[in-house]
Design a protein around this ligand. Structure first.
Ligand SMILES: [Zn+2]
Ligand SMILES: [Zn+2]
Length: 388
């Protein structure tokens, strides 16, 4: 619960002794002024509308009004006198709940809208591409089953020569009013007519070609242009390749989600690429040219003398192009891993021994420590015997 809540009577601008008709009149006035339909995008108006609706929900219900008069806002904050586990009006769309109270102001317009041209639903599919295709962009052809207007009935769904009839249940409005009991008291809700599914019309003689749907499904090939820099999970939108529109509205869109296959050596993070590259011990120690795999093929890199294993180098501009501007590319970070030879021929072994002798004699040093240890052990035994 936010800051101090305003008194419900104050919100509606009425006296504590106001009768039901006065409450309703006050609410209608405020609702008309602050309704979201009349103030699109206006957060303050929306808040005012909700506040007024909440006040009305309570004061228009004799029971709740009595509780409110006795306990104030505490009546609906759980515990206290309410007993009914606290109402939280803040999260509710009061516009829907009360949409019908002032149907004469707003409902009429809404009903017309839902029967007017509407954009079709979006369709979703996915396509698998290679790492390099994601980096540099590509074109893929996919197959989709798309609905098209049935040529036989021109999309009406009715057998040629017959016509649709106005739905008897809703009288052609496509919506019906349902009265429900809820904790607000009696609430009237507007829902889609179940008989005509909101179209307002019933087909008695269905078109045989489309079985009354008005659409024919056809497999279609669609070319998808995938931009350079796209990443796994991102989608390409193809306008007007979704479901057909309703009552002459535009088609929905087709959203193609891109699944990028992993690369055997490259890993991608945003526009940067990470990989590791082997270098020999001699390259690491002496420095020299190493050949490194990048998105652009093999490149040569000058390894510095004395390079340690796991040294990370950066190849500027060798990463993935940015989705916004393909001329801007990320970097490629390469971890240089010094390789230890697993098998050596005799010549190499001799050379390595010589190398060792010249660089600190590590092999010999170890054998000396070993013989030292052995001697020490013998001496200890000797000492032990002498003690007896
Ligand atoms: Zn048809
Ligand atoms: Zn109907």
């Amino acid at each position: 619960m936010a800051e101090q809540k305003r008194d419900y009577y104050e919100v509606l601008g009425i006296d504590k002794s106001a009768d039901d008709a006065t409450i309703k009149k006050a609410y209608r006035k405020l609702a008309k002024k602050y309704h979201p339909d009349a103030n699109p995008g206006d957060k303050e108006a929306e808040a005012k509308f909700k506040e007024a609706s909440e006040a009305y929900a309570v004061l228009s219900d004799a029971d709740k009004r009595r509780q409110y008069d006795q306990f104030g806002h505490a009546a609906f904050e759980g515990g206290a006198g309410a007993g009914a586990g606290g109402f939280d009006f803040s999260g509710m769309d009061m516009g829907d709940i009360f949409g019908d109270i002032f149907g004469d102001f707003f409902g009429g317009g809404r009903r017309q809208q839902s029967n007017g041209p509407m954009k079709g639903a979006n369709l979703r599919t996915s396509v698998r591409i290679k790492f390099e295709e994601a980096a540099f962009g590509c074109t893929k052809e996919i197959e989709m089953v798309l609905k098209d207007e049935c040529p036989t009935c021109k999309g009406s769904g009715a057998k040629p020569g017959t016509s649709k009839k106005t739905c008897g249940k809703c009288g052609g409005k496509g919506k019906i009013v349902v009265t429900q009991q809820s904790f607000f008291g009696t609430v009237q809700n507007v829902t889609t007519c179940p008989d005509c599914n909101g179209s307002g019309q019933i087909i008695t003689d269905k078109c045989v070609d489309c079985h009354g749907t008005g659409y024919i499904a056809k497999k279609k090939r669609i070319e998808v242009s995938i931009p350079a820099g796209i990443d796994d999970g991102q989608a390409v939108r193809i306008r007007e390749k979704g479901e057909p529109g309703i009552n002459g509205g535009p088609r929905g869109d087709l959203l193609v989600e891109v699944r990028v296959a992993p690369h055997p050596i490259f890993q991608r993070r945003n526009t940067d690429i990470y990989s590791s590259a082997p270098i020999s011990f001699a390259q690491a120690a002496l420095g020299g040219e190493a050949i490194i795999d990048t998105l652009d093929g093999k490149v040569s890199y000058e390894v510095k003398p004395g390079t340690q294993t796991d040294t990370r180098i950066r190849l500027r501009g060798k990463g993935v192009p940015s989705l916004r501007n393909k001329d801007v590319r990320g970097d490629h970070y390469v971890t240089l891993v010094v390789q230890v030879p697993k098998s050596l021929n005799k010549e190499a072994k001799e050379a390595l021994k010589k190398f060792d002798e010249a660089t600190g004699n590590t092999l010999k040093a170890a054998t000396e420590v070993k013989s030292e240890k052995k001697k020490g052990f013998k001496d200890k035994i000797k000492d032990a015997f002498e003690d007896l």
